[in-house]
Write a new protein. Structure first.
Length: 424
C-alpha cells in the first residue's frame, strides 16, 4: 500500500487516499464478446463487489450520500452499526479508482484501444479526481475551525474570544458577512452610526451583536433575544469580557421567542424607540435537509450543537416567516395607534437583515430570492426585499428587508461594490 494524499478531517480525524495493490476476480458469467480477452474483462468484479472485498480485508470505506448516477448505481444496503456520530455506517459509498492492472490476455481488447496507455506492467493510471482534492480541502478547513472551537468552549470570531457552550451554535466565519452588512447600512444612513440601536434575534453567544457594537463604537447599543436561558447568560458574560463592565451596559438580553416580540411582556424589555437594524441568523435547515446531513456526515456532522439551533421545521423557512409576520404585525399595530407607548420594533426606515444559505451550489441567485419571497408572503406584503449582501467570494450571504411603502432608504448600500440590488 502507498499513501497518495492525506490531511486533517473535520468529520473523520484524518482523511487520506491510499493506493492498494489487490487482485480481485469473480467467476466468469459470460463475456460480452468472444475470446479470452472478453472472458477476462467480464470476470472483473463490479464496484459493489470490490467495495465488499476491501471491507472484508479490513479497509475502511469513506461513506457519503450518493450524489451521482454512478454512486446511486452501486450504493450497497448495509445495516447501521451502533454508536453515534461518524461511527455510523452511512448509505452510499465513495469509491475512487486511480489505477487498475489489466490482465495480459485482455490488453488487446477493442474497448481499451486508443483510450488509455498501459504501462509495461499492464497498469492503467488516472489522476486523483478533483472531487477528492475538494473534499480534502473542505475537510481540512473544517478541522481547523473545530480546533479553534475546542479550547474549553472558547471560539474565536472577528478578533474576539467568546465562550460558546457546546449545545449552542458556534459562530462561523461566513456569519461575518451579516456583521459587515449591518455596519455598512448603519454607516450609510443619516451620515453615520451615531447612537444607533441594534436588535439581534437568536443572539446565542452574542457573537454578531458584540462584533457590531465593538466596531461601531460606544454610542451604539443593542439587545439580543433568545429562547434559551443559557444563551442569554452566555451573551451577557461575553459582553462583559469583550466590552468591559462599562461597555457591557450597552447590551441587553431578553429571554423570549423572537417570533413573538409584540407580546407586552416582551416588548417592555426592548427599546421603546425601536431599532435601526434588526439582524437574524435563524435556523434554516429543513428536517429533510438535516436528516440527509446526518446520514452523510454523522449526527450533526460530529458537532454537539442542539438541533434547535440548526433546524427550522418542515420547509426550513419557518423562522424567516415567523420573524417577518411578527415585525409586520407590530408595525401595523403602531400605524393604527393601537400601541402609543413605543415605536415599531423595526423602526420606520430601519433595515432587517437575514443571513441566508450562500446560494444553490455556491452560486448567487439561490436561497436569497427564495427567502426574500417567503418574507414578503409571510408579512402580507408589508415587508419587501431591497437587496442582497455579497461576500468577498461573490456569494450571497444576507438579504436586506425594509417596510413597504417607505421607499428605499437613501444611500442604503444595495448596489455597487460587494452588494447587489434586488431590482437588477
Amino acid at each position: 500500500a502507498r499513501l497518495v494524499q492525506e490531511g486533517p478531517s473535520g468529520h473523520f480525524g484524518r482523511l487520506g487516499l491510499v493506493e492498494v495493490v489487490a487482485e480481485l476476480s469473480r467467476p466468469s458469467g459470460g463475456g460480452h464478446g468472444k475470446g479470452e480477452a472478453a472472458t477476462a474483462l467480464s470476470s472483473a468484479p463490479s464496484p459493489l463487489l470490490a467495495v465488499c472485498a476491501l471491507q472484508e480485508l479490513g479497509f475502511g470505506i469513506v461513506r457519503l450520500q450518493p450524489g451521482s448516477k454512478a454512486s446511486h448505481r452501486h450504493a450497497p444496503e448495509m445495516p447501521e452499526q451502533g454508536g453515534d456520530g461518524q461511527e455510523e455506517v452511512q448509505p452510499g459509498t465513495c469509491v475512487c479508482v486511480v489505477a487498475i492492472q489489466v490482465p495480459q490476455v485482455a490488453r488487446s481488447h477493442p474497448c481499451l484501444a486508443g483510450k488509455s496507455k498501459i504501462d509495461a506492467a499492464g497498469i492503467v493510471r488516472a489522476p486523483v479526481p478533483k472531487k477528492f482534492n475538494t473534499l480534502l480541502t473542505s475537510e481540512r478547513s473544517l478541522a481547523e475551525q473545530r480546533s479553534r472551537s475546542s479550547g474549553g468552549g472558547v471560539v474565536e470570531f472577528r478578533g474576539m474570544s467568546l465562550l460558546v457552550p457546546e449545545e449552542q451554535l458556534r459562530p462561523r466565519p461566513s456569519s461575518g458577512s451579516l456583521v459587515d452588512a449591518a455596519v455598512q447600512v448603519l454607516r450609510s444612513v443619516d451620515g453615520g452610526a451615531s447612537a444607533s440601536r441594534i436588535l439581534d434575534l437568536g443572539v446565542g453567544s452574542g457573537a454578531l451583536l458584540l462584533a457590531m457594537l465593538r466596531e461601531l463604537g460606544n454610542a451604539c447599543s443593542g439587545h439580543g433575544v433568545d429562547i434559551d436561558e443559557a444563551a442569554v447568560r452566555t451573551c451577557l458574560a461575553n459582553a462583559r469580557h469583550v466590552l468591559g463592565e462599562t461597555g457591557a451596559s450597552r447590551v441587553g438580553a431578553v429571554l423570549a421567542d423572537f417570533t413573538r416580540l409584540g407580546e407586552p411582556e416582551v416588548r417592555r424589555q426592548l427599546a421603546k424607540e425601536g431599532y435601526d437594524v434588526v439582524v437574524c441568523n435563524p435556523p434554516y435547515r429543513s428536517e429533510q435537509q438535516q436528516a440527509a446531513y446526518d446520514r452523510s456526515t454523522g449526527r450533526f456532522g460530529g458537532n454537539t450543537e442542539h438541533a434547535k439551533t440548526l433546524v427550522a421545521g418542515e420547509t426550513g423557512l419557518e423562522m424567516y416567516e415567523g420573524v417577518a409576520a411578527c415585525l409586520a404585525h407590530d408595525f401595523a399595530d403602531c400605524m393604527a395607534d393601537r400601541r402609543k407607548d413605543a415605536e415599531p420594533v423595526l423602526k420606520r426606515g430601519g433595515t432587517l437583515i437575514f443571513q441566508v444559505e450562500a446560494g444553490m451550489r455556491g452560486a448567487t441567485g439561490g436561497m436569497a430570492k427564495v427567502v426574500g419571497a417567503a418574507v414578503e408572503r409571510a408579512s402580507g406584503g408589508r415587508l419587501v426585499m431591497r437587496g442582497t449582501h455579497v461576500d468577498e467570494r461573490g456569494l450571497e450571504r444576507a438579504i436586506l428587508i425594509q417596510h413597504a411603502g417607505q421607499g428605499q432608504t437613501s444611500d442604503l448600500p444595495l448596489a455597487g461594490g460587494p452588494n447587489t440590488s434586488s431590482d437588477e
